[in-house]
Design a protein around this ligand. Sequence first.
Ligand code: DAH
Length: 363
Amino acid sequence: MSDTTGYPDLDALLPRLDAVPALSADALEAEHTAILGRKSGALTAALKSLATLPVEERKRYGAAVNQLKARFETAFAARAAALAEERRRREAAGVDRTMPGRRRWVGAEHPVTRVVDEIVGIFRELGFAVATGPEVETEWFNFLALNFPPDHPAMDMHDTLYLDAPPAEGEPGGKLLLRTHTSPVQIRTLLASPPPVRVVIPGLVYRNDAMDASHLPAFSQIEGLAVDEGISFVDLKATLNHFAYRFFSPGTRTRFRPSFFPFTEPSAEMDVECQLCHGSGCPACKSTGWMEILGCGMVHPAVLENCNLDSEKYTGWAFGMGPHRIALLRFGVPDIRLLLGGDMRFLEAVGRPGGMGEEGKDG
Ligand code: DAH
């Protein structure tokens, strides 16, 4: 042994060989480099030194180095395999690859927005343009131009908030108020563009109504207006029946009941057959088999004259409907307040195409 004094001491490496089965993955890699690394591994250095040993010593020492090298290689390989197996087991225990992925909540349009878009879309197909107007109106646009006589009781249903501010310069008159319906946009449209006019007017309106299952103080309306030469009630009925077929389902029965609005003459309310019982009578339609969806009529000659149109030459029809109420019918929702709440269970049910209430629709 004396001849190998000064060469790497193989016995000193034995404790490190014993320690290999307990090494972590990082420590294993470091130890592999320290023992077998091509540049500075302890056994690599021992092998390199063989050339300088006398022949006898070289054989003995060389055999010992190679034997130790083989033992290290086996130990390293065994530890690497054990670590890999450990990792595989840990992953298998933590991750179930057969579990379905977590579904993300995908946002959906609000049910009322969907109803408005669909209604507007049906009228666009018929050649109607979309018009809008301000939510803050003057008394003239909201009432007087629409032929509400001053202090007429019809205005009682249109109580609203008045603004403590003068109307804009040059706007026809009276106080400013939150509009109670979209009908004033009829006036704005007819003043802005001569007939032929065909528009639908979606928007929000305001009323001094206490909130309950069927009333909101702010709600949506869609107004329709067609003015031209030779337009009759037949056009009104045909167009609105077509709308009912498209929006509800083909063949949906409708009926027109006489009604009163200051800005139409004659006036009517249109009912569609109850979408829940299809006419046989149920609690939703109060056993009538019908549901009211809109008011309509032939544009009153006074309204045309207020818009500087010759009422002998032009005629027209108009309608107004409430998408919030129609959304209740479409989705089978029992309480209008649900449409304002943020209840995810409700929004998820109606937001899903084919969800709540939509199974009844085949048109
Ligand atoms: N503006 C009416 C309301 O809010 C609804 C209405 C009825 C509009 C008849 C019309 C119509 O255009 O012809 O009560």
